[in-house]
Write a protein that binds this ligand. Sequence first.
Ligand SMILES: Nc1ncnc2c1ncn2[C@@H]1O[C@H](COP(=O)(O)OP(=O)(O)OP(=O)(O)O)[C@@H](O)[C@H]1O
Ligand SMILES: [Mg+2]
Length: 250
Amino acid sequence: MSDAGPVLRTEGLRKSFGGFVAVDGVDFELAPGELRGLIGPNGAGKTTFFNMLSGMLDPSQGTIWFKGEDITDMPPHRITRQGMSLAFQITSVFPDMTVMENVLGALNGQKAALNPLGSYAGDVEGKRRAMEILTRVGLEDNADATVENLSHGDQKVLEIALALAGDPDLLLLDEPTAGLSASETRQVTGLLEELHGEITIMLIEHDMDVVMRLADTLTVLHNGQVIAEGTPDEIRENEQVKEVYFGRGH
Ligand SMILES: Nc1ncnc2c1ncn2[C@@H]1O[C@H](COP(=O)(O)OP(=O)(O)OP(=O)(O)O)[C@@H](O)[C@H]1O
Ligand SMILES: [Mg+2]
């Protein structure tokens, strides 16, 4: 694609639950190849925003374009097929199966979505593709390991691998380092650094060190509204952001 417009764009995106407005008129744009951090205090509306993008939640108002196409009313499986992948939600990990079986399962799901008669089960091409994905994320030596025996870091990396099975253009990650140790966090952020540039990524992340290091640009949500957008340095110095994070006496 030359002359590529934004991968993702929203206009006036809003979600209310009863009388409570969780996402309040968000105008947003994401350029191809970008790694964007989405930050904001607990309850800011970050996950709700992701859930609308991926089709899990219907917006109350506003429009979402993905690769130029209006996807506002599309169901999740069609949005996935268009090339958007929300990790940790689209596919589930089966802990008592092997790493390879899980990736084959995700590839199968993808292929079945494209062609209900297609299946990769037991097929050489499927195994080759699965191995390619495992190599991309650095899990190739664990292909035959049972998932429940993997470290937390490897399990998280596997979940990202499953999200990559459909060869998405946009990967959405909601707190990929939550609950991980420092070294496991380094493993996951190392993978995201490698994926950066190959694929457009949007990352919700509470660990400021992690998100400031990884992201090209940060978007800050507060009470459902974008209060700031800029480079990590700009966001660090932004008075309104400081106020939201540090100025409320908690
Ligand atoms: N299904 C729902 N019904 C009612 N209120 C909801 C629902 N989902 C989210 N909310 C509310 O919307 C607000 C935003 O929630 P959301 O989960 O999007 O925040 P978040 O920024 O992801 O927070 P966190 O950092 O804690 O994950 C919160 O006040 C939450 O309680
Ligand atoms: Mg959340």
